[in-house]
Design a protein around this ligand. Sequence first.
Ligand SMILES: [Zn+2]
Length: 306
Amino acid sequence: MKKSTFTNLIAILICCSTLQMQGQESWIDTSVHRGLTELKTDYSFKTLTSNDAIKNTAATLNNLNRSKLYFDRIFQTELDFAVLFIENKAWGKHAYFPPPGLPQAGNGNVILGLDKSVVSQEVEKMITQLPQQYWASLKPIYGADIDLDLFYRETLSIHELVHLYHFKEGTKPQRKWLQELFATMGMYAFIKKESVSSYGLMDTYPEFVIQSGDGMAEFKTLKDFEEKYVQELTPQNYEWYQMQLYQNAKSIIDAGKSDILPKFLHFLIDTDLSKTEILSDFELSTRLEKEVGKEIADILINWKYK
Ligand SMILES: [Zn+2]
């Protein structure tokens, strides 16, 4: 090879790789970052805050980092994302939807509260108005004053991070309950395997809600969940659905089925409505059984309320 040909070849290679890098634009929506301050951390993901004088983020960030490493490993990827800590008063400016302080994820961002979330405040008020014996089980886990952000922020931030692994490839799942089950299974698997000291924080409040029965749920079918979802269900009714899914996630992962998670992720991506027609319940359960696992198809078939 002549020297000039060789030089040309190198030039072409460099040029191509530069183009490729330019083509790989980040998927993170930075429009909601405007006006926030960046926090210096040891982690690979960017962290921003609406008030860097509030110092209650260290444990949450440590958990998120450990869970990111776990999910990157099991999903064989390297997720690029940002974490935003937002005060309730600034929520409307930086978050995608209410209620202030409740973890949410979208477009490469995990958005968390910096103050006590409005949901925690309301639920804590409701619970502590009940006779003591009803909520005695919560005290050893969430403290004498019952700090439910230990559930709503510390635990649910992991559920939100799991959503980003499928949102990156598609945001229109065949069913909303499938994406919620997937995020909760990921959260449960991570905490059970890698963060067992947080197990009580994740499990105690859901068990408390489940034991209090179905009374707060006006709607109970999977069809209602699809049609109404967050927007049209009361917070209690939405939480009722999430807790049913939590119970299912728990029994699947407890049965040693965490290898189901990568298959489940690929199923969500492959059947996203941006590339596939909507499947009937029959088609969906057949494909779930074949491509993910019978346990998931069984949830659809055995759901108590039709
Ligand atoms: Zn979710």
